[in-house]
Design a protein around this ligand. Structure first.
Ligand code: ZN
Length: 251
């Protein structure tokens, strides 16, 4: 099965459109979304409409999605994120609000696990260190674990033959990674496809990934998109200028 894996769209319609076009050309059969559809950008309803229409979609909520429907305290957010959450709250159409309310923060599927941040604290903890991977691993029943939240394309796994030593990789554009064990099953591995709508690794291109569960490969792809179009929406909405500027730098 070929999965299109994506995360952290953040209401960036221009970036999401580029990613969905790429998935269409790749003939993906199913979709995995690791949360944060809204927040930061100017097109929350338009992004929700596109994602809700995807067939065979496995999806969870992120911290921004929860805050947009009043299920996470705003104190947790910095001033820019908070401004975007409040702007989004006021504009979500009822059917899109209901959709966000229907999502769970963690999904234990038959062939993989989804958590926005980490399995032990899905909406809030960033999976960034080997120690966090080690501590969260016992909470995962089905590998691979797909995460988002950090907006960085990353892989964590135990080194071969070790149940303790953790390897961490930054996933470069089009680099093919084989997360499965030599026996063929997927071993403990956490995969982050990077962020569609607000990359933070100094590469402003949208990030997404293809996961081939038959071959056991995971590849991140970086796609150019209409950044100035997305920035114009942020400015027209009266959202903080910083949210538009950061898209230029991939921060
Ligand atoms: Zn996010």
């Amino acid at each position: 099965m070929l999965y299109g894996v994506f995360s952290d769209v953040h209401s960036n319609l221009e970036a999401l459109s580029a990613v969905l076009e790429f998935f269409g050309e790749a003939d993906v059969e199913a979709y995995v979304c690791c949360g944060d559809l809204v927040g930061y950008g100017g097109d929350p309803n338009e992004c929700l409409d596109l994602v809700r229409a995807l067939p065979n979609l496995s999806i969870i909520s992120g911290n921004h999605d929860l805050a947009a429907v009043g299920r996470l305290e705003l104190d947790w957010f910095n001033q820019y994120a908070r401004a975007a959450v409040m702007w989004t709250q006021a504009r979500l159409r009822p059917e899109n609000r209901l959709y966000l309310e229907s999502l769970s923060a963690r999904l234990d599927a038959e062939k993989f696990t989804l958590a926005h941040g980490t399995p032990r604290n899905p909406p809030e903890e960033y999976l960034l260190s080997p120690g966090q991977f080690r501590e969260n691993a016992p909470l995962v029943r089905t590998w691979p674990l797909f995460v988002g939240h950090s907006h960085m394309p990353l892989l964590f796994r135990f080194a071969q033959g070790s149940a303790d030593k953790v390897e961490t990789y930054f996933l470069a554009d089009r680099e093919e990674i084989l997360p499965r064990t030599p026996e063929g099953a997927s071993g403990p591995v956490a995969l982050n496809p990077g962020s569609v709508g607000q990359p933070r690794d100094q590469d402003r291109r949208a990030a997404c990934a293809l996961y081939d569960s038959t071959r056991g490969t995971f590849r991140v792809f970086r796609l150019p998109y209409d950044v100035s179009g997305a920035q114009a929406k942020i400015r027209a909405a009266g959202l903080p200028e910083y949210l538009a500027l950061r898209l230029d730098y991939g921060q």
